[in-house]
Design a binder for this molecule. Structure first.
Ligand code: FAD
Length: 324
């Protein structure tokens, strides 16, 4: 049976995040031919963002514009989205499993008295139910879930569900709705970015990750250079973060970010189980390590035994040569 599905869009620096387009594709599968409605909360005119959501498959989009939405707070966004949910009465809600998605969706689900399936990597339909697949036990197994009553609410892991082809000939209604905000308890005074500007780690298609083998803050520089030539982002093991070679916002693993890029290059990382929990589902894994016995080679598709400070410059040179 076809369903009305709401997709909560996410923008950063006035640009929609890629996971929004993936969420629209997921919503299409869930809707089974029903209507897919985008909702975007923004602090200024969001028409261009709304159009993009339509180009990627939304049937119509509601824009909620409010000066309090310049920086995300669950207080403001939850109030705004709950009013849209009340108005639209969707049968399903989909959002990206991003930092904001992880914070916002449990709050919404509790207010809506619905369940929530988080971190979904695949969506199927068996002719009767929509089946959501999500990893458990740090990615060692997968569980399949269905929701039989109430709103189907799910967050999807970035880089797992392909967005639909962008089609600029698509059109759909874009409406603006006012939001009544009350009892705001959180005020963001300043946002301090701790990482370099650039591609978001959780959405990056290519990640160059450094471990304790990088040896210093400066040791990360060749990794940033490699990330630049490959159009990727830099991540790290907890070993590197604990040693203060980089900020904890780069940490990948059980207690850090979970990533699934197309290409993951682990440099000077031993491959502890807690690190693997955050990256083992990457599509192609390359490991560079001095120690041929390092555990990371057990899961690597390609292994390079060598000193990362010798190997990375050669890789950069080769990639730059073949790119021209
Ligand atoms: P090491 O284990 O010290 O490995 C360094 C590697 O670098 C070695 O294999 C060495 O051969 C290699 N090397 C050294 N020099 C060079 C060189 N010049 N060239 C090439 N290779 C070189 N860890 C995470 O990463 N993420 C998590 O989320 C996480 N969560 C945790 C949660 C808990 C509850 C616990 C207990 C631990 C957690 N850990 C996590 C820590 C984890 O157990 C490991 O301690 C950590 O991953 C090790 O980091 P590392 O591989 O960088 O360092």
């Amino acid at each position: 049976m076809s369903k009305k599905v709401l997709v909560i869009g996410e923008a950063r620096d006035n640009k929609l995040r890629n996971v929004t387009f993936e969420a629209i594709a997921a919503a299409k599968s869930v809707s089974q031919g029903g209507e897919v409605i985008g909702v975007i909360c923004h602090y200024q005119d969001a028409t261009e963002l709304a159009k993009e959501m339509i180009f990627y498959g939304a049937d119509r989009v509601q824009m909620i514009e409010n000066e309090n939405m310049k920086t995300y707070t669950s207080d403001v966004f939850a109030q705004a989205i709950l009013q849209t949910v009340e108005e639209e009465s969707p049968e399903a809600i989909i959002m990206g499993h991003s930092s904001i998605g992880k914070d916002l969706t449990p709050k919404l689900a509790s207010k809506l008295d619905s369940g929530l399936i988080s971190d979904v990597v695949e969506i199927d339909y068996n002719g009767e139910n929509v089946i959501f697949t999500r990893p458990i036990y740090s990615g060692k197994a997968f569980e399949k879930k269905i929701i039989t009553n109430g709103i189907m609410f799910a967050t999807i892991r970035p880089n797992n569900i392909s967005p639909l082809e962008r089609d600029t000939s698509r059109s759909g209604e874009i409406s603006k709705r006012e939001v009544e905000l009350s009892d705001l308890r959180t005020v963001i005074k300043e946002v301090i970015r701790k990482t370099k500007e650039g591609i978001d780690l959780s959405e990056a298609k290519v990640i160059i990750a450094g471990g304790r083998g990088v040896k210093s803050k400066e040791g990360f520089e060749p990794l940033y250079k490699l990330a630049e030539v490959l159009g990727g982002a830099v991540g790290a093991s907890r070993g590197a973060c604990d040693a203060d070679y980089c900020d904890y916002s780069l940490q990948i693993g059980q207690t850090g970010k979970v990533v699934t890029p197309d290409l993951y290059i682990a440099c000077g990382i031993s491959g502890a189980i807690q690190h693997l929990a955050g990256m083992s589902n990457s599509k192609v894994i390359v490991a560079i390590n001095k120690d041929p016995e390092a555990n990371i080679f057990q899961i690597a598709d390609y292994g390079i035994v060598g000193d990362l400070f010798d190997v990375i410059p050669i890789l950069i040179e080769e990639i730059e040569r073949v790119k021209v």
